[in-house]
Design a binder for this molecule. Structure first.
Ligand code: 13P
Length: 336
């Protein structure tokens, strides 16, 4: 029987589980591999991701779904098993990044628009056939002097909404990701500025989703947490991050949305875990609240692996540890 969008969305945010964002573009994964002095090739990218997806306990117990990159969804493990099959065998759902990246927004220096709508209907049909049951599209909002502009917010919200409608038409759950950046050239904003921009952005996103006739019961929202900019001298406490993030989400996210899965966005591994746990401990909340982390789930694993076959077990242990800690945080039960 074909699963409904609501069934898939519920599985994506099942209690104690969250999403592994392993959809780094070839440019981004190269930057990650540079930190361990490893050349980024199709084989090294495959070996790395195979290591993660074969970390059976981590995958089975804590990872509800994996966001893949176009190259990865088509790759097979060393023994010839498609990586998608390894993910499914662990009871996890394959997903796919479908945006083509944030490009400079003409006329608006320092702001971006995410591209990738042309031909998206056809690509979604292909990804569905390859096994994807959810997708991701990331709009990027930068804070700076005179930024973000209303136009950049509305243009990105509209693209997210058009993407989400196409996904639902294809039987694919859209992860709707409007990321207000905590880093970048202008990272000196404090937490209240982030709160204001995140509130405006989420209002615009839900207005656009409504106008595009997207069924909110069949999406997952992937927002940033409300947090001070990375270089801001005035850093907020973990309790304040949790409190202000929940205030903004309650002001903007309809209760029809089944789940919210945060990005980590450059937070330290521990901070990303602690913030999520504090928010869940402050429940009950109208939506499931979990993680969809890239860096905060993978940084320790990449380091422990170091690109060496003899370190695969160590890399998997490091991944399991972060997955377990974030699984606890998704239930509000993580303690330092
Ligand atoms: P980070 O958790 O590293 O921010 O990545 C999540 C993601 O998918 C960003 O699009």
């Amino acid at each position: 029987m074909t699963e409904t969008l609501q069934d898939i969305a519920r599985r994506m945010v099942a209690r104690g589980k969250g999403i592994l964002a392993a959809d780094e573009s070839s440019g981004t994964i190269k930057k990650r591999f540079d930190t361990i002095g490893l050349a980024s090739t199709a084989d090294s990218r495959r070996d790395y991701r195979e290591m993660l997806f074969r970390a059976d306990t981590a995958m089975r117990e804590h990872i509800s779904g994996v966001i893949l990159y176009d190259e990865t969804i088509r790759q097979s493990a060393r023994d010839g098993t498609p990586l998608v099959e390894i993910i499914k065998a662990a009871g996890s759902i394959p997903g796919i990044k479908v945006d083509a990246g944030a490009k400079p927004l003409a006329g608006y220096p320092g702001e971006t628009i995410t591209e990738g709508l042309d031909g998206l209907r056809e690509r979604l049909a292909e990804y569905y056939a390859l096994g994807a049951r959810f997708a991701k599209w990331r709009g990027v909002i930068a804070i700076g002097e005179g930024k973000p502009t209303d136009y950049a917010i509305v243009a990105n919200a509209d693209a997210l909404a058009r993407y989400a409608a196409l996904c639902q038409e294809a039987g694919i759950v859209p992860i709707v990701e409007p990321e207000v950046l905590m880093d970048g050239e202008e990272a000196t904003h404090d937490i209240d500025r982030c709160a204001a921009v995140t509130r405006t952005t989420l209002h615009a996103v839900f207005a656009a989703l409504d106008a595009a006739r997207v069924d909110l019961t069949g999406i997952i929202l992937k927002p940033n947490m409300v947090i001070a900019g990375k270089d801001c001298p005035n850093q907020a406490s973990a309790a304040e991050v949790a409190e202000k993030t929940l205030v903004v989400l309650k002001q903007t996210v309809p209760t029809a949305v089944p789940g919210i899965a945060f990005l980590s966005g450059g937070q330290s591994d521990e901070a990303a875990t602690e913030h999520l746990s504090l928010m869940n401990a402050a429940g009950p909340l109208p939506w499931a609240l979990t993680f969809s982390y890239g860096r905060a789930l993978q940084a320790a694993a990449i380091k422990a692996w170091g690109g060496k076959p003899e370190n695969v077990a160590a890399g998997q242990r490091a991944f399991l540890h972060r997955a377990r800690m974030n699984g606890l945080a998704a239930g509000g039960a993580w303690t330092p």
